[in-house]
Design a binder for this molecule. Structure first.
Ligand code: GDP
Ligand code: MG
Length: 178
């Protein structure tokens, strides 16, 4: 976006990680464009999206990277994490194994990411919680506490907490880096 130089005080890169089909791309399209897709295309076809956010009197341009499907093949490389100041680590509250894999994603983050990266653990698909929940909110919160992460349950479908999760990460990055 060529308006960056004139308008923005800071540019922050953040990444989305987590197992396939947990809702990463839909969280991003919600946040960036307020859109949701019912089909399960592995990617929305973009590698990253931008949104400008005002924090105090500063304008921050958040550049959020999506995996574009590579997570299926565990083919996310170090360049994906390079320069990232934050991450949303997403699991699906209706699929226990996506929660178990949070450990693997954290190990990868710690291998490739900056040590002071702001990480928000996100349990997505909270709209399905009544019927199909396999991971309790407490389990999510406990892991987050133990690992020193922020925690939130979201629904990209119903647009619950999506804005909060991203804004929480972005304001925390702002606190740390400025
Ligand atoms: P990704 O592979 O992690 O990028 O996941 P997608 O964003 O492609 O979503 C995978 C599937 O889950 C799609 O069928 C979405 O419509 C669905 N999905 C994503 N977020 C939600 C949500 O919050 N609630 C429900 N019920 N379905 C969701
Ligand atoms: Mg995707």
């Amino acid at each position: 976006d060529d308006s960056f130089d004139e308008d923005c005080d800071y540019l922050f890169k953040a990444v989305l990680i987590g197992d396939s089909a947990v809702g990463k791309s839909n969280l991003l399209s919600r946040f960036a464009k307020n859109e949701f897709r019912l089909d399960s295309k592995p990617t929305i076809g973009v590698e990253f999206a931008y949104r400008n956010i005002k924090v105090g009197d500063k304008l921050i341009k958040a550049q959020i990277w999506d995996t574009a499907g590579q997570e299926r093949f565990r083919a996310i490389t170090s360049s994906y994490y390079r320069g990232a100041l934050g991450a949303l680590l997403v699991y699906d509250i209706t699929r226990q194994n996506t929660f178990e894999n949070v450990k693997k994603w954290l190990a990868e983050l710690r291998q490739f990411g900056k040590p002071d990266m702001v990480v928000v653990l996100v349990g997505n698909k909270s709209d399905l919680g009544q019927k199909s929940r396999e991971v309790s909110e407490e389990e999510g919160r406990n892991v987050a506490e133990k690992e020193g992460l922020c925690f939130m349950e979201t629904s990209a479908l119903e647009n619950l907490n999506v804005e909060d999760a991203f804004l929480h990460m972005i304001t925390k990055i702002h606190e740390i880096t400025t």
